[in-house]
Design a binder for this molecule. Structure first.
Ligand code: ADP
Ligand code: ZN
Ligand code: ZN
Length: 734
């Protein structure tokens, strides 16, 4: 105990679950406010810390003097500091890591919170007169000229990075010719007034929803906009944002993955003549900081971002909108594990603004809250404009001859739709060539050496890859067990489907959209462009295709294999499957032409499929909620998962058994401890994994245990020999 105060209490980004006290040397505490950053000695190095407050005494044995103050005023407003503290408590994650993960990386590193503008490139007047064609022998320069000609307003360097590799030398040559110039500009999207598009006349349901939402502006409330795919939810968001802007406030819009929704961004940009900040993982550090500051200081009227943008401060927050609220990507699955949806609701409450959750397939959690009356339930039951809902049908493929997973009936349906000038989308949630390689003579299957998992065959049939740890190897020339060369792929992934379709429809343009074909920068956009231009008439892809895309020409959607999702150990699997089927089906018939959806399965009588097809998602959700209630699963109970892994196979279970004893010693009322048990995939990336599940009917009782328990685990000797993590409200049970 030391009392030569005052002591500054800093949050430091370390895994230790406590703040750190420093002697306030050379600082006048009267000028300090929580939310300012300091440099501070930490171990043998120095760290950037965030001021939480100060006190006259400290428990620290030998407090050290704090370093330089980095901010003349708080970096984060009090409301965000409160939100981050809450998140740290709720998700039982160290406060320093929580606070610093919410900051752009330049601020984490101690850079000043100053806007410098972002490097942009544009054509000069002289450059605009040039013909790229004259640069035949300088293809990189020609490509840059063409690109900049398409964007007369100029492009940020980060965007050019995404489209072209190693472009700087060519750009330099163009500068020397006087054809392009560089300038520093804010990283905001701004639409030219000439491009602004007029909103459609809203239908009755849209108007009712919008009126209810507009009435809720100015104070906290949660609304669930439950609207079938294509029902015009986005139009309701846009209408609401218009009202928010008219009040002089800012809108925060959260979406699952921005890279997948360029069309959505375009719609926002074309509706309002206001600066829009976009926060996503593709930004350079400087762009991200610039956009973040524009949001914080109120300059960006609309802020659109993925998961982590939920923590972005906004000077005049008026509404939070979360699109596709059921999407799993709102949950961070590693490090600081949080749900951006749940954080958004908490934030709206703290800042006293409304939050809108939208989806065609709401999560069971949100539907449950709507039923209890905690959320206002707004429905859009019909497709907007001229589009009609697609007709869904099951294709029973039992005993049918199959060609790489395609039944004759599906191929015939494809011919019909292609013949009538439609486009066809085939969905298969499995990338690579085939999910396994099998020895026809002895039954050996290619397994990962580091995981309990099969290797996926990919790159034609040349290589094997593990989707769980990323390890790769060439295909074995012969069976390692019996030396037979009769090795055969089993099942089909998107690569094989593509190959088969090229054989069946040699004259039809085809694109495959999955992680493998879209890894290169700008590749996804090129593929989508060829679909919209009508060059590609068959689309094959994974769930990347299910998300938000609008393909007006698609009249047939085929789900090639839904069987794997029907039987799974994870209690959320059926919910996810129903959402995926409904979302993929929703890509069909989004314009004037009617759509058809065919679902191939070996289990045509499966109750989930039956209910979904005959009665729709809402009926499925009612039945699924009833099952959860009977089983005492979320949302009727609350879970937390303590995971542990180690190379030494015996340690994780030993640690978790010990953890269980520690928890029991705390006599947690109302908390059930289940396990520990080995993880469903016990070995992954060379580590053995196990888990201990906590279940409680009342959330408060669960949280009462977590704080003291985790502080014990943190200093536990066994705990230092394993990697462990806490997941509150886990989404994946693996
Ligand atoms: P969702 O977000 O529910 O999938 P969108 O807002 O993208 O739906 O609307 C689907 C399509 O219908 C879009 O092309 C949109 O422009 C159009 N649309 C939406 N509302 C209307 C309306 N009231 N009248 C005419 N077209 C509309
Ligand atoms: Zn063999
Ligand atoms: Zn592996």
């Amino acid at each position: 105990m030391s009392d030569k105060g005052p002591f500054l209490r800093l949050a430091i980004p370390t895994p230790l679950r406590r703040p750190f006290d420093y002697i306030a040397e050379n600082v006048d505490v009267r000028e300090l406010l929580p939310g300012m950053r300091f440099r501070a000695p930490f171990g043998r190095t120095s760290q950037v810390g965030m001021l939480l407050g100060w006190r006259e005494t400290t428990d620290a044995a030998r407090p050290r003097a704090v370093g330089e103050c980095l901010d003349p005023r708080p970096l984060l407003p009090a409301s965000i500091m409160t939100l981050l503290q809450w998140a740290s408590d709720y998700y039982a994650h160290p406060v320093g890591e929580v606070i610093f993960s919410a900051l752009p990386s330049l601020l984490r590193q101690g850079e000043p919170a100053e806007r410098r503008g972002v490097e942009h490139w544009r054509l000069t007047c002289q450059g605009a007169l040039q013909e790229p064609g004259q640069l035949k022998r300088a293809p990189r320069q020609a490509a840059l000229l063409r690109l900049l000609a398409e964007h007369p307003e100029g492009l940020p360097a980060g965007t050019i990075n995404e489209i072209q590799d190693r472009w700087r030398p060519a750009m330099q040559t163009l500068v020397e010719k006087g054809w392009v110039e560089r300038e520093e500009r804010p990283a905001l999207l701004l639409c030219a007034p000439a491009e602004i598009s007029r909103p459609p006349v809203l239908n009755d349901e849209q108007r009712t929803a919008l009126a209810s939402l507009t009435g809720g502006l100015g104070h906290f409330g949660v609304s669930l906009l439950d609207g079938v795919t294509g029902s015009g939810k986005t139009e309701v968001y846009l209408g609401l944002i218009g009202e928010v802007l008219a009040r002089g406030e800012q809108a925060l819009v959260l979406v699952p993955e921005i890279g997948l929704t360029p069309q959505l961004l375009e719609r926002f940009r074309r509706r309002f003549h206001v600066p829009i900040a976009v926060l996503h993982s593709g930004l350079s550090d400087r762009e991200r900081l610039d956009a973040w500051l524009a949001a914080r200081d109120g300059e960006a009227a609309i802020v659109i971002g993925t998961r982590s943008a939920v923590f972005t401060p906004l000077a005049r927050l008026g509404v939070i909108i979360l699109d596709e609220e059921h999407d799993a990507s709102f949950k961070q699955q590693e490090g600081f594990r949080y749900s951006a949806r749940d954080v958004a609701v908490k934030r709206a409450q703290l800042e006293d603004v409304p939050v809108l959750l939208g989806s065609a397939t709401p999560s069971l959690e949100s539907l449950h809250n709507a039923r209890l009356g905690r959320y206002a339930h707004l429905r859009l039951s019909e497709r907007a404009g001229a589009a009609r809902p697609p007709a869904l049908a099951v294709l029973d493929v039992r005993k049918q001859p199959m060609n790489s997973g395609l039944s004759l009936a599906l191929v015939n349906a494809m011919r019909r739709h292609l013949g009538a000038d439609g486009q066809v989308l085939l969905f298969l949630n499995r990338r690579g060539y085939a999910p396994t390689l099998l020895c026809h003579d002895c039954g050996w299957v290619a397994k990962c050496r580091r995981c309990d998992a099969h290797m996926t065959l990919f790159a034609g049939q040349r290589r094997l890859r593990c989707h769980h740890c990323g390890s790769e190897r060439p295909v074995d020339p012969a069976c390692p067990e019996c030396q037979s060369t009769a090795l055969a792929p089993v099942g089909a992934g998107t690569e094989r489907l593509e190959e088969t379709l090229q054989g069946l429809f040699p004259d039809t343009g085809l694109v495959r959209i999955d992680r493998d074909t879209t890894r290169r920068k700008g590749a996804l956009q090129l593929l989508l462009d060829s679909v919209h231009a009508g060059e590609a008439r068959i689309l094959v892809g994974t769930q990347m295709l299910a998300k938000g895309h609008h393909f007006p020409g698609v009249t047939l959607v085929g789900l090639v294999d839904v069987d794997q999702g029907l039987f799974s150990a994870d209690f959320r699997a059926t919910e996810r499957m129903a959402q995926l089927i409904t979302q993929v089906a929703g890509r069909a018939g989004r314009a004037e032409r009617p759509g058809q959806v065919l679902i191939q399965t070996h289990h045509p009588d499966h109750p989930l499929l039956q209910r979904l097809l005959t009665e729709g998602y809402a009926a499925f959700a009612r039945a699924a909620l009833e099952e959860r209630r009977q089983a005492g699963l979320p949302p009727y109970s609350h879970l937390a998962l303590l995971r542990a892994e180690a190379v030494d196979g015996e340690l994780p279970l030993r640690f978790l058994r010990h953890a269980r004893e520690l928890a029991e010693a705390l006599q947690p009322r109302g908390v059930q401890l289940l396990g520990p048990i080995p993880a469903p995939m016990e070995r992954r990336a060379g580590r053995v994994r196990a888990q201990l599940l906590l279940r409680a009917d009342r959330r408060a009782e669960l949280h009462r245990l977590l704080g003291p328990w985790l502080r014990q685990l943190e200093t536990d000797r066994l705990g230092r020999r394993v990697r462990w993590s806490m997941d509150v409200d886990p989404q994946e049970m693996f």
